[in-house]
Design a binder for this molecule. Sequence first.
Ligand SMILES: Cc1cc2nc3c(=O)[nH]c(=O)nc-3n(C[C@H](O)[C@H](O)[C@H](O)COP(=O)(O)OP(=O)(O)OC[C@H]3O[C@@H](n4cnc5c(N)ncnc54)[C@H](O)[C@@H]3O)c2cc1C
Length: 455
Amino acid sequence: MEERATAELRELLGERLSTAPSVLDLHGRDESSLPPSPPDAVAHPRSTEEAAAIVAICARHRVPVIPFGAGSSLEGHVLATRGGVSVDTQLMDQIRRVSLPDLDVTVQAGVRRVALEQRLGPDGLFFSVDPGADASLGGMAATGASGTNTVRYGTMRENVLDLEVVLADGRVIHTGTRARKSSAGYDLTHLFVGSEGTLGLITELTLRLHAIPEAVSAAACPFAGVEAAVATAIAIVQAGVSIARCELLDATMMRAVNEHAQLDHPAAPTLFLEFHGSPAGVEEDARYVAELAREHGGGDFTWASRTEDRNRLWRARHNAYFAGLALRPGCRALTTDVCVPVSELAGCIEETLADVEQLPFPAPLLGHLADGNFHMMMLIDPSDPEERRIGQDAYDRLVARALAAGGTCTGEHGVGLGKRRSLADEAGAALGVMRSLKQALDPAGLFNPDKVLGA
Ligand SMILES: Cc1cc2nc3c(=O)[nH]c(=O)nc-3n(C[C@H](O)[C@H](O)[C@H](O)COP(=O)(O)OP(=O)(O)OC[C@H]3O[C@@H](n4cnc5c(N)ncnc54)[C@H](O)[C@@H]3O)c2cc1C
């Protein structure tokens, strides 16, 4: 990056521009198994005006801009493959307004989901999208994130009402309003949700909120095999039960979480379930689901209704990623996240399990089953090219299987660097339309180069 650009950024930001090697290193890596690639500088704006000024300086000097939230993404999204400026939104952490009557909130892009939860809880409200990491709301919109509640409350796509975005040409736009619905023109909100920092920098978001339900009940149920757990989840969805969470951990993953979090669940494929509603509604749904599970050979339900008991129950699921990594010290995870129509889920998982048996490394499986979305966490030795090749081949076979079943290569993690080929296979001719949009909004290709569409 040329010195003039650094000098102008320093004049704008002072100490909030960093070129310290440790800071660059932190912003050039993520949780993926891809090698790090640090930026030339890291900028910490506090306001939309500063963010727009940073983008203007970078545009003038043709310096890449890589938006950065919490850096928890899994596909090389934040790697600075061509250097440039990582724009870290962590100081953009203001919750601007909360509206109880309208059930919405406006936040700066750097607000983290746990901080938002803590702010909303005392008002009896919550924001439903809960990825396993304490991600930023800007990053969650940019990746089209989802979490354990999606089957009931939707992904980021269903929960963003409006975005404020800095474009490559310096314009600051709003993509929507606070209205619950709109037929006004092209749907720019949904263009930027999932754009992974390649079309603009999100500076503020207006989000839908939900009232904390009157009654919440959670349960864990072990099964003799993954197939029976999957069949139960499919039966729950097809019966139209309004389940709030329906998550699977396979036996390997259950062993991992037991060891990692000192829990004592049976080391068997387990469904974690949660019901939200009125006390009578929750009881009725829970009884019906327990019956469905029994019909599919499920074991005893462990129930939890008090908050602290539910938190203890869900600890197994929340710890799954790092518990999985601990199964093989020194490994990195090659994590898949295909999503298929729920009627195709059993077949897709069955074939995947047969494939996993042939792999020379552990590959625990977990899933947001009611969404048709599951992860295979391939624990590879990053220094062994043969393991990486075997893992990548299994990954490609799984994506091909999901696409053949009418599904997608990524239900929630996004494309980044890792899934560009899969996106091309999935999108076909639509990839050309995506390229035209990128060209129209960012003709110099400065925003997060190489991600999603490639060079
Ligand atoms: C343990 C663990 C569990 C996870 N569980 C889930 C899960 O259940 N569901 C799920 O969906 N994901 C999950 N993830 C992945 C990750 O948490 C999500 O992708 C999350 O949305 C990333 O947010 P972030 O703030 O960390 O973004 P970052 O990693 O910082 O950035 C991600 C992408 O968004 C872009 N970006 C960031 N901020 C902005 C902005 N303000 N404007 C424009 N672009 C921006 C970046 O350029 C990058 O392309 C998990 C990750 C881990 C490590």
